[in-house]
Design a protein around this ligand. Structure first.
Ligand code: GLY
Length: 422
C-alpha cells in the first residue's frame, strides 16, 4: 500500500514512524513533512490549505491511501476532495469535521445526542459580553469558537482576564464561547470511526498549560502519557457507549457520517464524564504516546477506517507498557516563539519532529513553536517517564523549554477516578 501522510507535526512524524515499520506499506510519503519525517519517507512540498494541491500530490504519487493529520485541511474539505478524486482517505469530510471547526455545531450535536458537556453561550457582540459573563461563576472558560490550535482557550478565576480575552477574540472578528468549568481529571479518548462503527484506542492524558504544575497559558499540548494507571480497564468502552457512539450516530443521522479519528477531550467529573471538546483528527502530543504502544499494523486500521470496513477488523492489540511524551518548545512559545535556532541531538530513537526543517547547510533548525517531542516507554509510568526524560537529555536547542512533570502526579498516585466512574 502506498500511503501519503499530509501534515508537518510530531503527530505526522509519529504516524509515519508507525507506517514505516508496517510490512503492508510499500511506499510512504509525507507532505510537507519536516526534518524528522524526511528520514522515514519521501517528502513533497505542499500547502496543506490548498485542496487541489493535496489531490495533485496524491494523484501524481499514485497514493492508495491519504492520511490527513491536521484539522485545518479537514475542516476545509481536503478529505472530500481526495475521495472525489477516487483515492481512499483517512479523515472526515468538511461536514463532519465541523465537530471541531465550530464549537456551536459540536454543542448542537451533543445536545441532540444527549451527551453531557459544559453549558455554554456564544457571544458575537461586545455589548452582550457582560450579561453573558454574569451567567457563569469562576473559574471562567473563554474559547475561540473556531480553530485556534489549543491556544484560543483561557481559563481564569479573574473575570477581567476572561473579559479581556473575549474582547480580543471579538476584536479579531471571532465569536467567543463562554463555558462552565468542568472539574475532575481530563482524558483524551481517540476513536477510529467509520460511520457508526467506533473502535477506541488507549485513553491518554495531555498537559495543555505551558508550565509545570499546570501554570501559565494554554498551548497546543506540552506532553502526554498513556494508558491511565488510575483508570479502570473498562473506561474506554464506557466512554464509547456514553459519549462517542451517540455522537457518531447523530452525525450519521444528520447526513454527515464521520470517517477518521474522532477525538473526545473529556473531563471525568464527580457527576460523570463530560465533553470538553471534540476534535476531528489524531491529537498532538497524545498520538506520539498512544502509537508507541500499538502492536496492530497501523496501515490496516487506517485503511479499514477509510474504506468503511472497520467492523471487519479485530480489536487493536496493545503492548502492556506505558508511554510518555514530552514536548520541547521554542523560546517564547506559545506567545512569540523564536524560530531558526539550530537543533542538535534530535536524531535518537523516540524523537518525533514537529517544527523542524533542514537548512541548506544540512543543519536542522526550528521553524515552529512546538519543535519536537520525545517518547519514552517502560513497564510502568515511572519507567516510561524516566525513559522519556533520558531520551530528551541529548537534545540541544537554545532557549527551549519543556515541562518536567508530565505524568508525575499520576506516577505518585495523586490522580484518581471520580466515584461516579468507578
Ligand atoms: N492535545 C490537544 C490537541 O491535539 O488538540
Amino acid at each position: 500500500m502506498r500511503i501519503l501522510v499530509v501534515g508537518s507535526g510530531a503527530r505526522e512524524h509519529a504516524i509515519a514512524v508507525s507506517l514505516a515499520q508496517d510490512p503492508e506499506v510499500t511506499a510512504l510519503a509525507c507532505a510537507p513533512g519536516n526534518a524528522g519525517t524526511a528520514a522515514v519517507s519521501e517528502q513533497f512540498g505542499l500547502d496543506v490549505g490548498d485542496n487541489d494541491a493535496v489531490v495533485a500530490v496524491a494523484r501524481t504519487w499514485q497514493a492508495d491511501l491519504v492520511v490527513i493529520g491536521p484539522e485545518a485541511p479537514l475542516v476545509s474539505g481536503a478529505a472530500d476532495a481526495v475521495r472525489a478524486a477516487g483515492i481512499a482517505c483517512f479523515g472526515p469530510g468538511a461536514g463532519a469535521a465541523r465537530i471541531e471547526g465550530s464549537k456551536a455545531f459540536a454543542k448542537s450535536v451533543m445536545s441532540s445526542a444527549g451527551v453531557p458537556t459544559a453549558s455554554s453561550v456564544v457571544v458575537d457582540n461586545p455589548a452582550h459580553l457582560d450579561t453573558a459573563l454574569g451567567v457563569f461563576t469562576p473559574p471562567y472558560v473563554v474559547k475561540d469558537d473556531g480553530l485556534a490550535a489549543g491556544k484560543g482557550v483561557v481559563v481564569s478565576d479573574d473575570v477581567e482576564v476572561a473579559r479581556a480575552h473575549a474582547l480580543g477574540l471579538l476584536d479579531a472578528g471571532h465569536p467567543a464561547l463562554l463555558e462552565s468549568f468542568l472539574d475532575g481529571p481530563e482524558a483524551s479518548l481517540f476513536c477510529l470511526v467509520d460511520g457508526t462503527t467506533v473502535v477506541p484506542l488507549l485513553p491518554a492524558q495531555d498537559f495543555k498549560r505551558v508550565g509545570d504544575d499546570d501554570t501559565g497559558p494554554n498551548t497546543g499540548g506540552m506532553g502526554a502519557y498513556c494508558p491511565l494507571p488510575w483508570a479502570g480497564a473498562g473506561l474506554a468502552d464506557d466512554l464509547v457507549e456514553r459519549i462517542v457512539r451517540p455522537v457518531a450516530t447523530e452525525l450519521d443521522r444528520r447526513g454527515v457520517p464521520f470517517s477518521g479519528l474522532l477525538y473526545a477531550g473529556l473531563a471525568l467529573t464527580s457527576q460523570g464524564p463530560a465533553v470538553v471538546e471534540f476534535n476531528c483528527r489524531f491529537g498532538d502530543p497524545e498520538t506520539q504516546a498512544v502509537l508507541a504502544l500499538l502492536r496492530t499494523p497501523l496501515a490496516r486500521l487506517l485503511h479499514a477506517t477509510a474504506t468503511g470496513t472497520l467492523a471487519e477488523q479485530p480489536p487493536p492489540d496493545w503492548s502492556d507498557d506505558s508511554a510518555v511524551t514530552v514536548v520541547v518548545a521554542a523560546e517564547g512559545y506559545p506567545a512569540t516563539p523564536r524560530l531558526g535556532d539550530v537543533i542538535t541531538g534530535a536524531d535518537g530513537d523516540g524523537v518525533r519532529h514537529a517544527g523542524t526543517r533542514r537548512r541548506e547547510d544540512g543543519a536542522v533548525v526550528s521553524c515552529g513553536g512546538r519543535v519536537l517531542s520525545v517518547v519514552g516507554t517502560g513497564a510502568d509510568l515511572a519507567a516510561a517517564r524516566a525513559d522519556a526524560y533520558a531520551r530528551l537529555e541529548p537534545v540541544r536547542l537554545a532557549g527551549s523549554h519543556h515541562r518536567t512533570d508530565i505524568g508525575l502526579r499520576a506516577e505518585r498516585g495523586e490522580v484518581s477516578m471520580p466515584v461516579s466512574l468507578r
